[in-house]
Design a protein around this ligand. Structure first.
Ligand code: TRP
Length: 471
């Protein structure tokens, strides 16, 4: 086999995988999903799903990758289950779809960095015109894709890992500074209360589905991203402790991002949390005004700092999203990595054009893409743009992918094979308690619970039936 490269050590892998997990999902999406899902009740469900359902799936993905040292499609073939390679193909399709719209939002974040750096605090009020300005957002999206492609083309240790080693610590330091700052603002406590004290009556089929989707999306699960990253992991590394670390980092940063956001939101709404801007605009519309109140100099520094942080977080995620189809093309069609990167990046960018154009620039892509019973966001009502539409389809595909991967590992590949792969780098695994938990997860809990929740999600989004309010 050609030399595919690999991570230089366990820390390199952990940082890259945590970099994949921590992204717009944590800092941009998590707070507004929490807002739409009724606050702390959503946070509770999300945490439960991450540890109960996602953790076993994560260990399984990494194990399948390391065992086969291949991309998600090649992996299932190499294990001898040609019929199951549909999981890999679906994963690669999901990756292309996610990157196509994710890159657009990453471009907004990057653009906001420049706007803030030049002191344009009015941009928050002009979020609508900004995203409809195709020349501008198109340019930023191209720039972001080029940056991503550059890192991926440098390979696993020289590009992906190196970027994560630099960006992840920077991100964590930046975010902690902002939390410290936002807690000092007036009305901060009202925001924290909303975030941390659950109102369990807010739980229904839609919020439950939202929390589950958020868990999978945020941990980069269900599409073979971690099969791909796992394929570059050494047999000497402990997969279980790596996965634990990745999960804790991701959940921790999402949680901290909430601690940063809700005081800022509460400050900007003078403590009226119901006035909160719902949906995609939460960060982009609300924050520039908050930064403005800090005065010209501090405002520019904090504002630019924030959107730089958001761009860093997005970059380690777009890198992982691009790596999945690239690894597939490199492994299966024997194309050189640099050529594969250019090819895939162009295809993904073209695929993203409707998402780019569907925020006001082109009416057709802005208004015609509601799901039948569309939105589970009570705050914003319907969003009918192309970007929201494909985002929801992709989220749902991840749940399906997670379900299929757990069924495969628990009942097709069989748990003794999974056990054996996990044992490399974890000597006492076979006699450990965590083995029982992971096996219980992939054989029973994940297949069953994911299946049931997938039905709930499909019913609520595609048929308008909310299982919870039926009784
Ligand atoms: N987890 C990232 C975020 O929270 C997004 C992401 C990167 C992703 N790679 C992925 C989501 C693979 C699903 C699958 O922003």
């Amino acid at each position: 086999m050609a030399n595919r490269g690999g991570f230089s050590n366990k820390l390199g892998f952990i940082l890259a995988a945590a970099g994949s997990a921590v992204g717009l999902g944590n800092i941009w999406k998590f707070p507004f999903e929490v807002g739409n899902g009724g606050g702390a009740a959503f946070v509770f469900m999300y945490l439960g799903f991450c540890f109960l359902l996602c953790f076993p799936v994560m260990v399984t993905e990494i194990a399948i990758g390391r065992k086969t040292q291949l991309n998600p499609v090649g992996a299932f073939k190499a294990l001898g289950y040609n019929n199951w390679k549909f999981i890999g193909l679906l994963g690669i399709a999901s990756g292309v779809i996610i990157l196509s719209f994710y890159n657009v939002i990453a471009g907004w974040a990057f653009g906001y960095f420049f706007e803030m750096a030049t002191g344009n605090f009015e941009i928050g009020k002009n979020f609508g015109p900004f995203v409809a300005n195709v020349t501008k957002v198109g340019l930023y999206a191209i720039l972001f894709m080029v940056l991503t492609a550059f890192i991926v083309s440098r390979g696993v240790s020289g590009g992906i890992e190196k970027a994560a080693r630099l960006l992840m610590p920077a991100l964590i330091i930046m975010i902690l500074c902002l939390v410290g700052y936002s807690l000092t603002l007036p009305n901060a406590m009202t925001g924290l209360k909303f975030y941390l004290f659950p109102n369990f009556s807010a739980i229904n089929g839609a919020t439950l589905g939202g929390a589950l989707r958020q868990a999978f999306f945020s941990l980069s699960l269900g599409m073979g991203a971690l099969i791909t990253y796992g394929s570059y992991v050494s047999k000497k590394d402990n997969i279980v402790s790596s996965a634990a670390f990745i999960t804790l980092t991701d959940v921790g940063i999402a949680f901290i991002a909430g601690l940063m956001m809700f005081p800022l939101v509460s400050y900007s709404t003078q403590g009226n949390m119901s006035d909160m801007e719902g949906g995609a605009g939460l960060i982009f519309a609300t924050l520039p005004g908050v930064f403005e109140t800090l005065g010209p100099l501090l405002g520019i520094i904090v504002g630019a700092f924030f959107f730089l942080l958001l761009s860093f977080a997005a970059l380690t995620s777009t890198v992982s999203l691009l790596e999945v189809p690239v690894a597939y093309v490199v492994d299966e069609f024997k194309i050189r990595r640099s050529n594969a990167v250019i090819l895939v990046a162009i295809v993904v960018f073209l695929f993203g054009l409707p998402s780019l154009l569907g925020n006001g620039a082109v009416d057709f892509f802005t208004n015609n893409f509601a799901l039948p019973f569309g939105s589970d966001s009570s705050a914003t009502g319907y969003s009918s743009d192309f970007l929201s539409f494909v985002a929801k389809i992709a989220d749902t595909l991840l749940l399906f992918g997670g379900l299929a991967i757990s069924i495969f590992a628990g009942h097709v590949w069989k748990k003794h094979n999974l056990d054996e792969e996990i044992s490399f780098g974890f000597e006492n695994y076979k006699t450990s308690l965590v083995r029982k938990l992971i096996n219980l997860g992939v054989t029973i809990i994940c297949p069953l619970v994911l299946f049931l929740l997938l039905v709930v999600v499909l019913l609520s989004n595609f048929a308008g039936i909310d299982v919870f309010t039926m009784f």
